[in-house]
Design a protein around this ligand. Structure first.
Ligand code: HEC
Ligand code: HEC
Length: 107
């Protein structure tokens, strides 16, 4: 009886310890691809977007950095680029974004 109790106690302690370690691991920073500088493998246009937007809208850049689009090398410009004839096209940061290439919000 006494032995069984200790076996149970040891088992419970083992499970509790394991849970504790698992919780510690879960609390660690998620593996977010933090975008510190424009990644070299993206287009020149996208690098320009990131360079500025990581200052004006960090969270959008970080969300993108943690997305499948980032992993699939789909950059800001690749999604937001527009044709000048698109009804929703607008010129954004004219001097910096591809010498006035238009973009749109809904892509
Ligand atoms: C020199 C700075 C700068 C550059 C370069 C830049 N942006 Fe922006 N962008 C801003 C600011 C400032 C705003 C307005 C505030 C915000 O929404 O962050 C903005 C807004 C936007 C918006 C929302 C517009 C709206 O009316 O709500 C989109 C979409 C956008 N940018 C996409 C891009 C894309 C794509 C690129 C690259 C092709 C780019 N931006 C390059 C500074 C920049
Ligand atoms: C997969 C396509 C895609 C990519 C890649 C992408 N965007 Fe967008 N973005 C969208 C769409 C669609 C919207 C409009 C819907 C929405 O606001 O969620 C949008 C909205 C925005 C807005 C306006 C948000 C608001 O709340 O007004 C900004 C600013 C923006 N994007 C900037 C960027 C920047 C900077 C990058 C690169 C770091 C980027 N986007 C990459 C598709 C994309």
């Amino acid at each position: 009886m006494f032995r069984k109790f200790w076996a149970f106690f040891a088992g419970a302690a083992f499970v509790a310890g394991g849970t504790f370690v698992a919780l510690l691991l879960l609390q660690q920073e998620p593996t977010v691809a933090s975008v510190k500088a424009p990644p070299p493998e993206f287009s020149e246009e996208t690098k320009v977007c990131i360079a500025c937007h990581k200052k004006t809208s960090q969270s959008i850049v970080q969300q993108w950095g943690d997305s499948k689009h980032h992993r699939a090398k789909v950059g800001c410009y690749e999604c937001h680029q527009a044709d000048a004839s698109d009804p929703d096209a607008f010129v954004h940061e004219e001097k910096k974004v591809g010498k006035g290439k238009p973009i749109s919000i809904i892509v």
